[in-house]
Design a protein around this ligand. Structure first.
Ligand code: ADP
Ligand code: MG
Length: 252
């Protein structure tokens, strides 16, 4: 308000706007600025590894993904209903991108968000347990409106790690929303969590109210680099090209 009041006063005097209207406009400006700063604070607090949105997501690259469902989820009503999202698919199909974009949308809609990977989360939980601050960490995790756990499946978890992850999901059950991404189909989650009983109980909670995003397809990374190499090959004859479908390397 301090920054804007003189300039706005001049404008209002010029346009014949009275005092109460002037005050209203000044306060509106302040509110807009506060909202913008709050969103920025939420984005910083979420600890996204990168800020990505649906503006840069090419839905045609992954025809198996239900675009209408994703855009509906971007409206964040599932967070009010405390529902979950699971994105499943092989590497490079945009799971993390979609999770980040949903996280960003949630920040913009006013929800608190935390982004982490399964491996990092489990490490932090074990560290917290060793340092006798597990309860505090669990309370903090249970309090965020949207918890995003990326990359469940790349690293098998220790029995303690799996149990701590289970507790996290369990404590959020019907209290907050969780997004999980995984390269593994549900039937292989036992490989990561170790015990069949624990996997069953975890899936039971996670999938009770859930939207599942099936994201199997060609790796976007591989396709991009193949395209780049193909473009380079036009200038430089002997550049190898990776076929995104077979992974075969050919020289054009
Ligand atoms: P995953 O998490 O499924 O392994 P990522 O989300 O990390 O895949 O995607 C790999 C890279 O490709 C990222 O830089 C991501 O932004 C990009 N990417 C993937 N799919 C798309 C898409 N459909 N449109 C735009 N960029 C994409
Ligand atoms: Mg990923």
């Amino acid at each position: 308000m301090l920054r804007e009041y003189e300039k706005l006063a001049r404008e209002c005097a010029r346009d014949g706007v009275d005092h109460s209207r002037y005050l209203l406009r000044l306060i509106e400006l302040e509110l807009i600025d506060r909202e913008r700063r709050t969103v920025e604070r939420r984005i910083r607090a979420a600890r996204f590894p990168a800020v990505k949105s649906f503006d840069t997501f090419d839905f045609t690259a992954i025809p198996g993904l239900n675009k209408m469902l994703v855009l509906e989820l971007a409206r964040c009503e599932y967070i009010l209903r405390r529902e979950n999202i699971i994105a499943l698919g092989n590497s490079g199909t945009g799971k993390t991108h979609v999770a980040l974009a949903l996280g960003l949308a949630a920040c913009q809609k006013g929800f608190t968000v935390a982004f982490t990977t399964a491996a990092a989360l489990v490490n932090q939980l074990m560290e917290a347990r060793d340092e006798k601050r597990l309860l505090k960490m669990q309370r903090d995790l249970a309090a965020v409106k949207l918890l995003i756990v990326d990359e469940l499946g790349y690293v098998p978890l220790s029995p303690t790690g799996a149990e701590l992850l289970f507790e996290t999901f369990s404590q959020r059950y019907e209290r907050g929303s969780t997004i999980v991404t995984s390269n593994l189909p549900f039937e292989d989650w036992t490989q990561v969590l170790g015990s069949e009983r624990l996997t069953g109980a975890l899936l039971d909670r996670l999938t009770h109210h859930v939207s599942i995003l099936a994201m199997n397809g060609d790796s976007y990374r591989l396709k991009q680099s193949a395209r780049r190499r193909a473009a380079g090959a036009e200038q430089n004859q002997a550049t190898p090209v990776v076929d995104p479908d077979t992974g075969e390397i050919t020289a054009t």
